[in-house]
Design a protein around this ligand. Structure first.
Ligand code: 13P
Length: 255
């Protein structure tokens, strides 16, 4: 039996919220889950709201993260934000390789690998997102796809690096569609990812790595997902924009 992994529930706010709206959401969330001690929680607001959310969450157990970073530390990269800048802005976490970045902004496995290294070098905790498209699933290429994605990102990293990384399995067909993977479908891929992690890293480290599920997670489907042995948390989009629903997701299984 592997050691129990501490659940990690995260809210990806995507491109939503003025500073005021984001701070309000953070304050509401703090009111609901500010006393959480058994589970890790983090929110990923847009860059412009990081400072306001940081202030609203000061002294609470809710962590702060950004949705993207540039692979370089600084330079002539107009419009980009580096990992050290995010650290300076108070972020503990950063999403890397979200499917929207891969699909809409042309991020390749190589870019994702470079961003992951930049995040680690800046002492951030990256959440590495992987997941297949509907076409890949229908073509029977789910495992091949997520294997390629994690191997490209994690190859040549040390076990100590992996200790700082969370994997998020987000099937593209389940994101924002209301089509959640069933708990069994999620477990099938999470279990496969765990096997691949064990092939790349010492078993103890692979077994400590948390694998979140993402894609239409809601208060009414989180319980079933979290019962699966290799589902260690969730990366929540739409339902994280309401403090009530994200609060309920964080508090899953407590009735
Ligand atoms: P939804 O929960 O809105 O499907 O989004 C999932 C996601 O992309 C989280 O990163």
């Amino acid at each position: 039996m592997s050691a129990p992994r501490r659940p990690f529930l995260a809210g990806n706010w995507k491109m939503h919220g003025t500073r005021e709206e984001a701070a309000r959401l953070a304050r509401e969330l703090r009111g609901i889950i500010g006393g959480e001690t058994e589970r890790d929680v983090a929110v990923f607001p847009p860059f412009t709201a990081l400072a306001a959310v940081r202030e609203a969450l000061e002294g609470s157990p809710i962590g702060l993260g950004a949705q993207n970073c540039h692979p370089e530390v600084k330079g002539a990269f107009t419009g980009e934000i580096s990992a050290p800048m995010l650290r300076d802005a108070g972020c503990a976490y950063v999403l890397v390789g979200h499917s929207e970045r891969r699909q809409l902004f042309g991020e390749t496995d190589d870019t994702v690998a470079r961003k992951l290294r930049a995040a680690l070098a800046a002492d951030l905790r990256p959440v590495l997102c992987v997941g297949e498209t509907l076409e890949e699933r229908k073509g029977g290429r789910t495992e091949e796809t997520v294997r390629r994605q994690i191997e490209a990102a994690l190859a040549s990293l040390s076990p100590a690096d992996l200790e700082r990384i969370t994997i998020a399995y987000e099937p593209v067909w389940a994101i924002g569609t209301g089509l959640t993977a069933t708990p069994a479908q999620a477990q099938e891929v999470h279990g496969f990812l765990r096997v691949r992690l064990r092939a790349l890293f010492p078993t103890a480290v692979a077994d400590r790595t948390r694998i979140q599920y993402g894609g239409s997670v809601k208060p009414d489907n989180i319980d079933g997902l979290m019962l699966e042995p290799d589902v260690d948390g969730a990366l929540v989009g739409g339902a994280s924009l309401s403090a009530t629903s994200f609060g309920a997701i964080v508090r899953y299984g407590r009735g």
